[in-house]
Design a protein around this ligand. Structure first.
Ligand code: 4AD
Ligand code: MG
Length: 459
C-alpha cells in the first residue's frame, strides 16, 4: 500500500477509503475503550485524528504511546463530526515505529520563542515553526519561478572568495592553517595556505553576477552570504540568504520597478499558495499582518532621495536616539520612522552620499551622491539594498583608489568595464527579512533554520 501525505488526504475526499499514513503523535487522549491520536506528518499544518479501539491487537501499547512517537496507520477515512476537522481515520492497524522518550520537551502547546531557540533542532515540529519553514520552502520555488518567467538566468556565485564586495571588512576568513597552533604561527606564509592568498566567505554574490549580466543579460544569484558584523540585533545574522538580480541595460528607476514587482509578486505568491500557514500568523503572531500584506501588494511604493529623507526626519519633530545630518547613514530608528510612521508603506530611498556607500555604485553628476537605492518596509526597515553600477572605467578606478581597493586584484572586475561596458543595475534582497515581513515575526533568528549570531552556534 502506498503512503498518502496529509496535505493531499485532507484536501480531497477519501471518505470510506482505506489509506496508509505515517507521522508523529501530536496529542493523545485515552478513554475506556478508545484512544484518540492527533497525527501530523509535516506536509501541512493540519493534524488528522486517529481513532484506535481496544480491538487492535497492540492496543495496550497504543494506550501507552508518547507524544512525538513515530507511527504508521492503516485505516478507513470517515467524515468527522468534531469541530475543526473534516475527516478522521478509524485505524485497523497501527505500527509504532519508534516510541519517543517521555522527556520530549514539546509536551505542552505553547512555548516562548526564546525557549524554542534553545531547541532549534526540535522547533520545526511546532505548528508555528512548521508553518515558517513550509513558507520558506515555497518561497524558494516562487523566486525561481518569478525569474524564470522573466527570462533571467540563474547563477550560483561562489561562497568562497577573495573579494570584499561591500568593502566593510566584515568577512569570515577561510584557511587551512591552524590559527590556534601558535607555536608555528610565526612561520606561516599565506602563499602556502590553500588558495595562496587571503580568502573569505562571500558577503555578496554581486561582483560575479555583474560579470554574468554582461554575458547573459539578466541574471540572479541566490545563496548563503556571510557577515562578520558584531551586531546583535533582531535583524542581523552572520549567515543569511540573499537574492541578487543583476540586469544589463537597466538604470536606477528600472531597478526600483523590478524590486517593487518582486516584493509584490512574492507576497502575493504566499497569500495564494500558503494560505493555511499564513493564517496562523495573521491569527496568532501579528494582528496587523493582513493589513501590512494588503499595503505591500496594493500600494505604490514611495520614492524619495536621501536628502529628502534627512529633511523629513529632521522636520518631524520626533526625538531620535541618533541625530541625523546630511552625510550620515540612516539608523534603523530613522528607517522605521519613514516606513512605519511617515509614509506607512514601503519607500525607496535613493541617491545616498558617496562616502557611505560601496565603491561600485554609479557616481551622480553632482559628484556627491551615488545612484543607490534602499527599500525600507514597515516593521523591518531595509529589505533591499542596491544601485545602478558605475560602468565608466575611469570613474570606477577613481572610486576604487578612494576605497583603497587594488586595481590589480580586481583586474577581472575592471575587464567588464573594458570590454563592452553598459549601464547595469541590481540589488540584494535579504531573504530572511522578507520572511519576517510576510510572517509578522519580529526576530530574524526565528525565520532561519539554525541561526548564526555572535557567540551562538550550537547547532
Ligand atoms: O545592502 P546590502 O549589504 O547589499 C549588498 O550586499 C549588495 N552587494 C547587494 C547587491 O546590490 N547585489 O545587503 C542587501 C540586503 C539588505 O538590504 C538586507 O535585507 C540583507 O541583505 N542583509 C542582511 N540580512 C540578514 N542579516 C544580515 N547581517 C544582513 N546584511 C544584509
Ligand atoms: Mg544595505
Amino acid at each position: 500500500m502506498k503512503r498518502i501525505k496529509l496535505n493531499i488526504l485532507l484536501n480531497s475526499d477519501f471518505s470510506e477509503k482505506k489509506v496508509l499514513i505515517k507521522g508523529w503523535v501530536r496529542t493523545k487522549r485515552n478513554s475506556k475503550t478508545f484512544s484518540f491520536l492527533e497525527i501530523n506528518d509535516g506536509s501541512t499544518l493540519k493534524n488528522i485524528q486517529v481513532i484506535a479501539d481496544d480491538k487492535l491487537e497492540n492496543y495496550s501499547d497504543i494506550k501507552k504511546i508518547t507524544i512525538s512517537s513515530g507511527i504508521s496507520i492503516i485505516g478507513k477515512i470517515v467524515k468527522s463530526l468534531g469541530k475543526g476537522q473534516k475527516f478522521e481515520i478509524i485505524a485497523s492497524n497501527i505500527e509504532i515505529i519508534s516510541l519517543a522518550l517521555e522527556t520530549y520537551p514539546l509536551q505542552k502547546k505553547r512555548h516562548s520563542d526564546e525557549f524554542l531557540r534553545t531547541i532549534a533542532h526540535l522547533r520545526p515540529r511546532t505548528n508555528k515553526y512548521g508553518a515558517v519553514f513550509r513558507i520558506r520552502s515555497e518561497l524558494y520555488f516562487a523566486i525561481h519561478k518569478f525569474y524564470r518567467d522573466r527570462g533571467f538566468k540563474y547563477l550560483s556565485s561562489p561562497i568562497i572568495t577573495s573579494s570584499d564586495c561591500e568593502g566593510a571588512g566584515e568577512m569570515f576568513k577561510i584557511t587551512t592553517f591552524d590559527p590556534y597552533f601558535t607555536a608555528q604561527k610565526n612561520g606561516l606564509d599565506i602563499k602556502n595556505d590553500f588558495f595562496g592568498q587571503e580568502t573569505n566567505l562571500t558577503v555578496s554574490g554581486q561582483l560575479c553576477a555583474e560579470m554574468f549580466a554582461m554575458a547573459l543579460g539578466d541574471v540572479y544569484t541566490f545563496g548563503p552570504t556571510f557577515r562578520a558584523e558584531n551586531s546583535n540585533t533582531t535583524r542581523h545574522v552572520a549567515e543569511f540568504w540573499m537574492l541578487e538580480p543583476e540586469m544589463a541595460f537597466c538604470d536606477l528607476n528600472q531597478n526600483m520597478d523590478h524590486g517593487e514587482e518582486l516584493i509584490k509578486y512574492l507576497t502575493n505568491y504566499v497569500t495564494e499558495h500558503c494560505n493555511e500557514d499564513l493564517a496562523l500568523f495573521t491569527k496568532f503572531v501579528d494582528k496587523n499582518l493582513s493589513k501590512t500584506i494588503e499595503i505591500i501588494i496594493n500600494s505604490t511604493y514611495e520614492r524619495i532621495t536621501y536628502s529628502e529623507a534627512i529633511e523629513i526626519i529632521n522636520k518631524s519633530g520626533k526625538k531620535f536616539k541618533h541625530i541625523i545630518q546630511w552625510g550620515k547613514d540612516l539608523q534603523s530608528e530613522h528607517e522605521k520612522f519613514l516606513a512605519d510612521d511617515y509614509f506607512k508603506k514601503p519607500v525607496f530611498i535613493t541617491n545616498y552620499p558617496r562616502e557611505i556607500k560601496p565603491f561600485y555604485m554609479r557616481l551622480n553628476s553632482d559628484n556627491k551622491t551615488v545612484a543607490a537605492m534602499d527599500l525600507l518596509v514597515p516593521r523591518i526597515g531595509e529589505i533591499i539594498g542596491g544601485s545602478q553600477r558605475e560602468e565608466r572605467l575611469n570613474v570606477l578606478e577613481k572610486q576604487m583608489s578612494k576605497n583603497k581597493l587594488s586595481r590589480e586584484k580586481y583586474w577581472w572586475y575592471l575587464d567588464s568595464r573594458r570590454f563592452g561596458s553598459v549601464p547595469h543595475s541590481g540589488f540584494g534582497m535579504g531573504f530572511e527579512r522578507f520572511l519576517m515581513l510576510i510572517t509578522g515575526i519580529n526576530n530574524i533568528r526565528d525565520v532561519i533554520p539554525f541561526p548564526r549570531t555572535p557567540g551562538s552556534i550550537d547547532f
